[in-house]
Design a protein around this ligand. Sequence first.
Ligand SMILES: [Zn+2]
Length: 219
Amino acid sequence: MPTLFTDRRSGHSRAPYESFNLALHVGDDSLVVAQNREKLASLSAPLQFMNQVHGDAVVVIDDLVNEPTADALITQNPHIALAVMVADCIPLLLVSDSVIAAVHVGRRGLVNGIAVKTVNKMRELGASHIRAELGPSICGKCYEVPQDLADEVALLHPVAMSMTIFSSPALDLPRALVAALEAVGVSSQVSPVCTLENPNYFSYRRHNITGRTAGVIWL
Ligand SMILES: [Zn+2]
């Protein structure tokens, strides 16, 4: 099951998007974004995007459709590729022989359990031996949050509790997601890249107005 995670280095978006932005909703030139999406589709398969809202909707698609409002897409169609866009959140790709998924997991997605919900849905559709790939996202040392928010997340996901190098409260979303997936029998491969630290990636924490990279999976 091929997977790929884009970075900023091979596109034409305009400043402040600079390169290979794939998102239409961030104010970039839509023609340029369309070109970037075409380029990405040529490397994978016709792309299905979704309108991500940090919710817990999981949508199963059989063919290309107008962007559904969802934070997880599942398909069994070998002729389309699923894309999840991020700028600091985790692009989660779930791989199995016959069913695949692309999932958007940020703080709210971790709390609402969208990843496990997606795994359960894939299993209903006959998936076995699901494994996970977590693409580049903001790391547990960089994702500083107010103490009350850290406490709230830690109630459900104690291993999410982290600290910045200045000892202020932070959340380690990848670590918590890996633990949540492990608990339902899904092993993970995690990118070592932090999107805030590495300038080759878009980071919402670095620039409020920024582009989006994508995680892409196809059968
Ligand atoms: Zn970091």
